[in-house]
Ligand binder design. Structure first.
Ligand SMILES: [Mg+2]
Length: 382
């Protein structure tokens, strides 16, 4: 059963409200969704979220890369005789590692992720089996974190009260260098001492301002701070870490396997934030998780702002599979999107809790009419 056609959708799903961090303010989802279909009509869906400030990809360049470079490698691929247990290795053979290994200006990880997930979803649907067959769950329930954007003090206060009422045990706050201390103090007071609070600066600080900020934030019992300084200088992160009262997490700094190895070698951080789209799909994310585990680095499984149920489902499987996760983000679905594209609603419930997924493929049924509805552009390749 061969892959006979593929579609690339450029989505634009409006947000319920805008989401802001120090690098960007966003009002709508801008994923690319890839659908692959076999000659027998079985299809699979994948998603990637290109970010110019993370992998160098834009939605336009990612669509073109998928069309011209990645789809020619998978169209015509025979899926029938592939052992699902070897699905990741099979995909790795179809989509070689060259771009991630060179660590060039553009790493096509969101593009690769969309294609990898689509083929894996299809491969498991052919057998009416769940991806959980290879991502064996070690947990039956995932506990997600709430995330508070870099909002005004009044807005932060309102969301913090909502987090408290919803019973979240983990909360992450975006910080931007603007009114941060007042916001953090207020959130800690509202949430009380038992809730874990993390910060994410998205590279907003210089080495010196990061030092000052972290010294001032220490009193609020902060679990860790994500990407205090911009990507590009692991020695700066290592310097900061050597005197930091707060553990440090790499996010924008850990995109490729080479990035991970360099951060480990320089003892630059305490945690990695791994995101499936940022890291180039499930296979590469697992590879970086293995490196982290071996080096004693903690792992957060993060997400992309505005991702749909496709990436959220992939994240759910990975979160259930990784035994030693410290924090999990994602599955925000219609908390952020005005409408999601799957039949199943997989948004987390009270306290951020959500069950594992057991349905065929990635475990969500994409509604094609909704993908069509929100697609600004559709490219079909045969
Ligand atoms: Mg981050």
């Amino acid at each position: 059963m061969r892959i006979s056609s593929a579609c690339i959708y450029s989505l634009n799903i409006p947000f319920v409200e805008s989401f802001r961090h120090s690098l960007h303010e966003r009002n709508s989802s801008d994923s690319i969704v890839v659908k692959v279909a076999t000659e027998c009509g079985i299809s699979g869906y994948g998603e990637g979220v290109p970010r110019s400030y993370v992998t160098g990809e834009t939605r336009k360049t990612a669509v073109e890369h998928v069309r011209s470079e990645l789809l020619p490698r998978i169209l015509g691929a025979e899926l029938e005789g592939i052992d699902p247990c070897c699905a990741f290795e099979y995909m790795h053979g179809l989509l070689p590692d060259s771009d991630a290994e060179t660590g060039g200006a553009v790493v096509w990880n969101a593009s690769r992720c969309a294609v990898e997930l689509a083929v894996i979803d299809c491969l498991f649907r052919i057998r009416n089996a769940s991806v959980a067959a290879i991502l064996t769950p070690v947990s039956q329930n995932i506990t997600y974190s709430a995330v508070i954007g870099a909002n005004s003090i009044a807005r932060t206060e309102k969301i913090a009260h909502n987090c408290k009422a919803a019973g979240f045990k983990y909360v992450k706050m975006k910080v931007s260098g603007d009114e941060d201390s007042e916001r953090i103090a207020m959130v800690r007071k509202i949430l009380g001492p038992s809730v874990s609070i993390r910060l994410d600066a998205n590279g907003a600080f210089s080495l010196e301002t990061a030092r000052q900020f972290m010294a001032s934030a220490e009193e609020f019992d902060i679990e860790c701070i994500e990407q205090p300084v911009p990507r590009g200088n692991p020695i700066e992160l290592a310097t900061l870490r050597s005197s930091s009262p707060i553990p440090i997490m790499a996010d924008e700094s850990v995109v490729t396997i080479l990035d991970a190895k360099e951060l480990i070698q320089k003892k630059a951080v305490d945690y990695f934030n791994l995101r499936i789209s940022k890291c180039g799909g499930l296979y590469r994310t697992l590879a970086i998780a293995d490196l982290a585990r071996f080096a004693g680095i903690g792992i957060q499984l993060g997400c992309q702002v505005g991702e749909t149920a496709i990436l959220s489902a992939a994240g759910r499987h990975l979160a259930a599979h990784l035994a030693d996760l410290h924090f999990v983000e994602g599955s925000y679905g219609t908390h952020l999107l005005t409408e999601d594209i799957a039949e199943e609603n997989i948004v987390f419930g009270a306290g951020g809790n959500a069950p594992i997924l057991t349905g065929p493929g990635l475990g969500v049924t994409v509604r094609e009419e909704l993908v069509d509805k929100y697609a600004e552009n559709i490219i079909t390749v045969r």
